[in-house]
Design a protein around this ligand. Sequence first.
Ligand SMILES: [Zn+2]
Length: 423
Amino acid sequence: MICLSIQAMPNRLMMSKAIANQGDRMNKLVLVFSLLLFSNLLSSHVLAFEKEALNNHGEVNACNIGEVRLLNDFPSARLDVCEQVSDTVFNIVLKPENKPINSSPWYAFKVVATQPTEIKINMKVDGKKHRYLPKVSTDLKVWSLLEYQDDEDVRSLTISAGPKPTYIAAQEIIDNQVYVDWATQLKSSKDIHYQVLGQSVQGRPIYKIESIKSDNNKWLVLLGRMHPPEITGALALFPFVETVLADTKLAKQFRSQFNILIVPNINPDGVEIGNWRHNANGVDLNRDWKTFAQPEVSAIHEYLQQIVKSGATLNMAVDFHSTRYDVFYTMPSDYGVKQPYLVNNWLNSLDAKYADFSVIQKTGNNPGKGVFKQYFADFYQAHAITYEMGDNTDRTFIKKLASDAANTLMETMLQDNKELNGE
Ligand SMILES: [Zn+2]
């Protein structure tokens, strides 16, 4: 089970309190100045307050004051340009961290009202169209779909706001702390190593989870969250990893022959800031696997190089993402990797488990693009796949498929290993 409880980080907590205190102070000041009719002073002080309530782009967020407030004071939040149209109507424009960008408009904010109020929020995307169906939660754990109406490019939501925060987001929020809590649980129950592999642009730790047996010289690599809003990929990685690290006969046999490296959260800055796709330098990490210019990518590259230099081989990698539908991007079987049919055999056996679901394999070869699966084939002559879950795929199904995918991959790799060893 994935633990979705979230502990606010201390600095975040302090920041939100500071903003709240400033808000109370400023409201009192505004009242006094209004009574004294110092209109010039009033406007300059309101402006001074608004300047402190900035969004992720450093722009004024005008929805941070008044009876109903829209706030972005929590991890993974993103509230771009917000304009209060009336007491109960708000307009939001979703903006990317930088351009050009592969459009995945992420948003996450909370609504707080001094008394129960029905409000309307109109959301528009800067550039392309909406990608995600709006979701609502009151505890950041249980999420449900929120009804909406589209009028051309404006998506409208109606929300019952009250003193208790109502969270609205593009997908379920899985912030950096969720990964830490999850990995800590994994580590406490098994012989698993959990360490810092490197640091992000903004100095956040990038963690690795490993299962290592000293006699093993073959590796499976699992990566996740290069693209922050791709939550369904993350929802697949958790059960996949739990299955390969489980106490089942198959998983134990697998771990007695293969080491496993897991880097579940490669882009912690993007996750924290609520980016649409990039890291804190504004770079798509799944285009950096040729220059290794970004610290997140170079840390993993250098570690994989170390493994190979030690005489071990990298045999297979799975990189978890999300897109419009469920699809597995693979390298061609005749590309020249060591075990040409490993991926075909794996995904065919996964497909055979489902009468009413097709495992779609899309084979491609994009030299020079800087995509991880291409890098893995070119540098290590081994298969890697991009495991893509649909944005709207049923969450229970994602979990079941990931667990079946992990089991069938272990079976296939063990079978291949047997053949390689001439058994
Ligand atoms: Zn992606």
